[in-house]
Design a protein around this ligand. Structure first.
Ligand code: FES
Length: 156
């Protein structure tokens, strides 16, 4: 096939037009690309190990300060995790009240765990002291590492 001058000029025009279009479109495409690292999702991420456990420092729990919510940890029910110390034993519970699933208060009411939704009260071992809650707080299995003063809580 013989290439004429007209064919050559026509092809060159197409290439030049494509380049010009690319030069004009490139800044628009670049402005749509992220300019920094992706933003982390706003989802609480539990430091759950491969064994399904989280480790919570309980060195701050004492008989006079026997209760806390485990910071940054969410249970499989989407609720916080409570950690208590009573009679020398550590416990971990879901923060979900067993009455109507409100989160129980994140601070003690006197020496009790209280639910402000309908005024249920629970002891530090999770048992119901006064209703309407029909059953104890849901416990998590735990193991205590006395050397590290860490409570391993099995969440999954
Ligand atoms: S949800 Fe807690 S007392 Fe009703």
């Amino acid at each position: 096939m013989k290439l004429t001058r007209r064919d050559f000029l026509s092809g060159a025009g197409k290439v030049t037009g494509g380049l010009a279009m690319g030069i004009m479109v490139l800044p628009v495409v670049e402005s749509c690309l992220p300019t920094s690292a992706p933003i982390a999702p706003l989802i609480a991420s539990n430091p759950v190990g491969p064994d399904g456990k989280v480790a919570v420092d309980v060195s701050d729990l004492t008989p006079s300060h026997p209760f806390k919510t485990a910071s940054g940890i969410t249970g499989p029910d989407g609720m916080g995790v409570l950690v208590t110390l009573t009679n020398g034993v550590y416990h971990a519970f879901s923060q979900r009240c067993t009455h109507a699933s409100c989160p129980v208060d994140s601070q003690l009411a006197g020496s009790n765990i209280h639910c402000s939704c309908h005024n249920s009260n629970f002891a530090l071992d999770g048992t119901v002291l006064s209703g309407p809650a029909p059953s104890p707080l849901v416990p998590y299995n735990t193991t205590y590492d006395a050397t590290a003063q860490v409570l391993h809580i099995k969440l999954v």
